[in-house]
Design a protein around this ligand. Sequence first.
Ligand SMILES: *[C@@H]1O[C@H](CO)[C@@H](O)[C@H](O)[C@H]1NC(C)=O
Ligand SMILES: *[C@@H]1O[C@H](CO)[C@@H](O)[C@H](O)[C@H]1NC(C)=O
Ligand SMILES: *[C@@H]1O[C@H](CO)[C@@H](O)[C@H](O)[C@H]1NC(C)=O
Length: 468
Amino acid sequence: MGSMDYDIGKKPRPDQHHQQQQQRRSRAVVVLLFLTNAASILVFSGAGAALHAHVGRRYPAAVHAWGSSKLLRELNVTGLALAASHAEVVDLSNRLTAANKQLEAILGGGSAAKRDMEAAREEQRQAAAANGGLWRRERDLPAGGELRWAVGPHRRPGAGGEVMFPAVGQACHRHRGDLERYMNYTAGGECPSDEAFAQRLMLKGCEPLPRRRCRPRTPAGYVEPAPLPASLWAIPPDTSVVWDAYTCKNYSCLVNRGKAKGGSYDCKDCFDLRGREKDRWMRRAGNNDDDDDREKNSLDYTIDGVLATFPKGTARIGLDIGGGTGTFAARMRERGVTVVTTSMNFDGPFCGFIASRGLVAMHLSVAARLPFPDGALDLVHSMHVLSGWIPDAVLELALFDVFRVLRPGGVFWLDHFFGLGAQLDATYVPMFERIGFEKLRWNAGRKLDRGVEMDEWYISALLRKPRR
Ligand SMILES: *[C@@H]1O[C@H](CO)[C@@H](O)[C@H](O)[C@H]1NC(C)=O
Ligand SMILES: *[C@@H]1O[C@H](CO)[C@@H](O)[C@H](O)[C@H]1NC(C)=O
Ligand SMILES: *[C@@H]1O[C@H](CO)[C@@H](O)[C@H](O)[C@H]1NC(C)=O
């Protein structure tokens, strides 16, 4: 990715501009449809976020046209397309290979992508020129609306009280129509059942979402959760979740979805706690000495093997980025380590499931800064999610953020990172070196599920933040 300086001189002529807008608009719908699909098949958890954010940047809702009826229509069309795409996810997800190729095309550049990048820069330049953002003036916000309340500014009480701005994601300004829809609810009443819509807004970079003055619906027939430690491996009652946002309407549907052949869902078999999920990161039965050797030469590290790299008892708190249904945290909890799991709800109540297991869930995309102080964590783990599908610049920011939240001596377990062989040496290895980790363990192996000719590789690594 190139530098992000603005190309001020390159404003298109009006006729060109109009044409480009038209093209961009139709591509936007296609890409949004595709992305909803790609996010569900390619990546799990926050993985989709950066992607949406990235591509969202390439298809800007032209800032200067805000308020025009044309734009409202455009937003309307996009909103309807998004709603429709939810239903189409199941259908589209069969086209995994095609989608992957498209994704490569998008990430790999091409002249269309370059033009869109220029348009995105122009949009950023204009937003910056607005000096203070798009909600600087009160009249930019619908009068008396919840959005004005949520965006502020509000004066703190007392003489000379400072002005406070509630935190609203910077990219929200690109999706004003969606945001107005999100904030269109009855204050003090029940929140609209719009979880999927809200998550799409997050994935487009509007993260964190503004807070709302409403109460989410309590599921009918709610019962107390199972007590620990049984809750770690129990399928929660169906009445622990509101199912409106998902194709499945109960947990047996999600468990069976993992067992069925075909269909590409995120973390497809993760809800089946008696299936493959049960054995993840566990030492395979057999001779222990052999296991040590095997682990050293394998991409599949075990939790016990990794904990053994710490002085006893000093791995205490950690984070699993894009942790699916929370099994990594469950295994860690069994070993006295507290792990917070970030996850997205891609056509399944991943966060609710983690919470029902008695584990801490965080609904957070990979585009977001980790909400931890510097040097706080002993361990960070990420399987599949932080990988080569993420634009290089975003990936590097995410990896530096992992470095930031680890304490000196803390360990980042990069679990099955994947990327193209041609880029391993050219891009990823230098990137990891720039970040400044010490390599405790490093294994590379071919990723073959899409064929050897794809030249895809996995890397698993244990990377330690230096003590000084
Ligand atoms: C949005 O689409 C709906 C359904 O097609 C239509 O009824 C409505 O008038 C549209 N709104 C705008 C602002 O175009
Ligand atoms: C808000 O929602 C109501 C009910 O769904 C709808 O009738 C109204 O048009 C919406 N207003 C805006 C500004 O979107
Ligand atoms: C769960 O949902 C599926 C369809 O999604 C339905 O066929 C099945 O009967 C449901 N099971 C229970 C126990 O409610």
